[in-house]
Design a protein. Structure first.
Lengths: 100, 349
């Protein structure tokens, strides 16, 4: 599986995307990716967004498993602990970074 | 009988206000209903402010600084409160000092009592997250990362960034501009406008002397860039192999239609940013005195959640007329500024 994390927003508004092969991700962090691949997580880019919040991050997380690609969108307030840990790991350890 | 704008009320408004503040519970309820009715009839937004008077109001600057200790838990550990001893290092000091500068700016120039007009305490959290390349407003407080040391330095370093985040709070309590599309870009632009004015006011700087940059000094020396954004020349703030080129347009013909970044709120804000800059430069002097006043009135009295650029232009033009006269130099400056970014003001209500 290929896990891709696209982050947008922030006060700078500079998008960044990171990508990793699942074999390079610790198994305990992969559970969240598998839930996305299995359609057990749904998009909620605006849900739980505090009133008036600004300059926060939004995320698009995709999992490519063979010919199947699953994508969810969320924001930094509702991302949840499991996905947050996965995103942090991918952002920190990915060697395939891309901006703009 | 109290008559204003053809709408008459038996009990004068000031009497109802006094009862809301001082009356018994039952009297307060009656007065409150009267005021709501009054406001509904007038279609004004004073009710929100009056609601404030039912609760305690502070007229003093009140700041607290928390330390997240590189976690993402808010608010973190309290490290400094208003009047308390300076401690916690320069990041804490910057958050404390610059939030104070922002409060002072709004109070001195617009007689505004903090973010919510009721003396809301200004809470800030510093050292948020690990290598966190961002600062944000979460609806109740400011949050600042330390930066990763590769691209960004600490976000408290820039006074206009702190002014920017606090101004999001002001927008939340006023026009409540949706964080999406053109309304979202205006939300961002108002924060840039007042963030820049906070800096200019702290330096007692005239428009022509200002740098009109947002986030100057945030990038490390490894990045080819002066700041996050340029209000003077949107699209020129940075051009770097790692983070790319500043994508801000400076004219409507370059407006970016995108679903990214909530419809490009940090991208298309370059257009109204430049309109403000052009207005301020045309009027000269201190930018907060005329241009800032027009924009502040627009934000606090005239704009609504789903305002677009055209509406914002029309409103600022109308306010310039109200303040300085129909056909005044100030009104022409506003019209010319918006025209130069591709927005033509035609009919104004």
């Amino acid at each position: 599986m290929i896990i891709r994390v696209e982050r947008e927003g922030g006060i700078a508004g500079i998008p960044i995307s990171n990508e990793m092969d699942s074999k390079d991700v610790p198994s305990d962090l992969l559970r969240a990716a598998k839930k996305i691949a299995d359609g057990k997580k749904s998009s909620s880019p605006l849900k739980s967004l505090p009133k008036g919040a600004a300059d926060h991050y939004t995320y698009k997380i995709s999992v490519q498993d063979g010919g199947n690609r699953s994508v969810i969108e969320c924001n930094q307030f509702n991302i949840g602990d499991d996905l947050r840990s996965l995103v942090k790991y991918v952002e920190k350890n990915s060697k395939q970074k891309k901006t703009n | 009988m109290n008559c204003k704008n053809q709408t008459c009320f038996i009990i004068p408004e000031y009497v109802n206000k006094k009862i809301v503040e001082k009356g018994t519970k039952k009297q307060k309820e009656h007065a409150w209903k009267n005021l709501i009715l009054t406001e509904q009839l007038r279609g004004r937004r004073l009710v929100t402010g009056l609601m404030s008077s039912m609760f305690s109001i502070s007229n003093r600057l009140d700041r607290t600084i928390f330390d997240a200790q590189n976690t993402e838990t808010l608010p973190g550990t309290l490290v400094r409160h208003e009047g308390g001893k300076a401690k916690g290092g320069k990041t804490v000091t910057e958050a404390y000092d610059y939030s104070g500068s922002t409060y002072t700016f709004f109070k001195d120039i617009f007689k505004r009592n903090s973010i919510d007009t009721r003396g809301m305490r200004l809470d800030s959290t510093v050292h948020y997250g690990e290598d966190y390349n961002n600062a944000f407003w979460n609806g109740t407080q400011m949050v600042y990362g330390d930066g990763d040391g590769e691209i960004f330095q600490r976000f408290t370093k820039s006074i206009d960034v702190i002014g920017h985040e606090l101004s999001h709070g002001v927008t939340q309590y006023e026009a409540a501009l949706e964080y999406e599309g053109q309304a979202g870009a205006l939300n961002e632009s108002f924060s840039d406008v007042f963030g820049s004015l906070v800096k200019q006011y702290s330096l007692k700087q005239r428009a022509e002397k200002a740098d009109w940059l947002i986030g100057s000094g945030l990038f490390t020396s490894k990045v080819k860039g002066a700041a996050l954004r340029s209000m003077k020349e949107p699209g020129t703030a940075y051009d770097d192999p790692t983070i790319g080129k500043d994508p801000q347009p400076n004219h409507m013909k370059y407006y970016v239609n995108t679903t990214s970044d909530n419809g490009g709120v940090h991208i298309n804000s370059g257009i109204p940013n430049r309109a403000f800059y052009l207005t301020a430069m045309d009027l000269g002097g201190y930018a907060w005195e005329k241009a800032g006043k027009i924009w502040y009135i627009a934000l606090t009295e005239r704009l609504r959640e789903r305002t677009n650029f055209q509406k914002a232009a029309n409103v600022t033009y109308a306010i310039a007329s109200n303040l300085y006269g129909e056909g005044s130099h100030e009104q022409k400056a506003v019209k010319s500024a918006w025209y130069q970014v591709g927005i033509n003001i035609k009919a104004v209500k």
